[in-house]
Design a protein around this ligand. Structure first.
Ligand SMILES: [Zn+2]
Ligand SMILES: [Zn+2]
Length: 165
């Protein structure tokens, strides 16, 4: 795969914020929880999980807004300071090392369909998942669902975090 093909660019609506993911994400979540429904004002959130160090701000800056989360640990949502569109978030659990990129802010969001549907227990009933699409009622264990390469990348992140601790 060429570098071009594994690179993803995106940004906010007013184009003040532009960013690039330097590789494919670790995994893509389609989250049907009520919190994501409220935050998007829609039916689900589509998040591409990727190492923070693989996200480069090409232009502009983001404003980080502390926002409650269902886990109680909170999340930090990074928004364009001008148009306020959210481009990514960091969750309490994953810390700063993993970013949840909002797939809809990518220039070519169609390239990242979900790897898993989560919290389908609160999925809005008119949404019909494709037959065979991986789906769980609540959350899941990465070790059981992520591809080998992503688990290796995760292990590298954890090792690094321990070195810094
Ligand atoms: Zn903007
Ligand atoms: Zn959610």
């Amino acid at each position: 795969m060429s570098i071009e093909a594994s690179c993803f660019e995106g940004g906010c609506t007013c184009r003040f914020v532009r960013y690039r993911m330097s590789s494919r994400p670790l995994f893509v979540h389609c989250c049907h929880c009520r919190w994501c429904q409220r935050e998007t004002g829609a039916s689900f959130a589509l998040n591409a999980l990727i190492e923070a160090e693989r996200v480069q701000l090409l232009q502009g800056e983001v404003e980080t807004v502390d926002t409650p989360s269902s886990s109680g640990k909170g999340q930090k949502i990074s928004r364009c300071p001008k148009c306020r569109v959210a481009v990514w978030s960091n969750y309490g659990g994953g810390g700063e090392a993993v970013r949840f990129i909002r797939v809809g802010t990518l220039d070519e969001p169609d390239r990242l369909p979900p790897d898993i549907h989560i919290y389908v227990e609160s999925k809005q009933p008119w949404i019909v998942l494709p037959p065979g699409a991986p789906a769980v009622r609540g959350y899941y264990k990465a070790s059981e669902r992520w591809p080998k390469e992503s688990l290796e990348r995760r292990a590298a992140l954890l090792a690094k975090a321990q070195l810094q601790a």
